[in-house]
Design a protein around this ligand. Structure first.
Ligand code: CA
Length: 243
């Protein structure tokens, strides 16, 4: 399975020497690379017609920061894989990056080989996901008046179409794959966020609230995304109160 469209990369990094070094090395690895030194330049490059296979995005930029840039990208419906670069190795940063819609995260200073390996793995994973969702019957699902097409990132509730972030869709997909089972917050952090032994489970609660706002007829009295006291959450596709 090819990772079409090609292996074009956008690197958004304002440190010129680092950016030039990355470009050279990725080109040596067979990638085509465009550089942007600011969010504004990156947005202009992204507005062109040829899509990128992935974006390497520095968090600290002279104009809009990488978190905000990524969030805007996702809100605009652009789901190009993003790997974020940051100077701080804090779990909060990692979570903020992932909540902003990044797919992976690397702390500066990093080994060039590791960045290249991560980008390759991101492209492989994307190709594999595309292959899997193409063959799987669960590429789309319905519950209540909601219809979700995971491959196309298309979500409608009744007549209304919604934009979900990558993480919201991932969480929804995990619930959909595990219907009517009580799932702990820790399991969700590990399986959806890929965070192990992360002490703060509030992120999960925030995302479940978002799913409720998207899909529950009455978010304050959920029938699909149920809280199970002291245990976690349970997704009931047929609707608990309707059963
Ligand atoms: Ca920077």
């Amino acid at each position: 399975m090819s990772t079409a469209p090609s292996s074009r990369l956008l690197i958004v990094e304002d440190e010129r020497h680092l950016a030039a070094g990355l470009k050279l090395n990725f080109e040596f690895e067979g990638f085509e690379v465009d550089l942007a030194g600011t969010s504004r330049e990156a947005a202009a490059l992204l507005a062109r017609s040829t899509p990128y296979a992935a974006i390497v995005l520095d968090v600290s930029l002279p104009d809009t920061d990488g978190f905000t840039f990524c969030r805007r990208l996702r809100r605009a419906g652009n789901y190009t894989p993003v790997i974020m670069l940051t100077a701080r190795n804090l779990a909060e940063d990692r979570v903020e990056g992932l909540e902003a819609g990044a797919d992976d995260y690397l702390t500066k200073p990093f080994e060039l080989d590791e960045l290249i390996a991560r980008v390759r793995s991101l492209l492989r994973r994307r190709a594999w996901e595309a292959a899997r969702t193409t063959v799987a019957a669960s590429a789309s699902m319905r519950f209540g008046s909601a219809v979700i097409d995971f491959e196309r990132h298309e979500v409608t509730v009744g007549e209304q179409s919604l934009r979900l972030t990558h993480l919201e869709l991932d969480l929804l997909a995990y619930f959909a794959a595990n219907p009517s089972r009580v799932i702990s917050r820790e399991e969700l952090l590990e399986e959806v966020w890929k965070l192990r032994n992360y002490p703060n489970t509030r992120t999960v609660d925030n995302f479940v609230l978002r799913l409720r706002r998207h899909f529950e007829p009455d978010p304050a009295n959920p029938i699909y995304f149920l809280s199970i006291r002291g245990a976690g959450y349970k997704f009931v596709a047929e609707g608990a109160a309707l059963a």
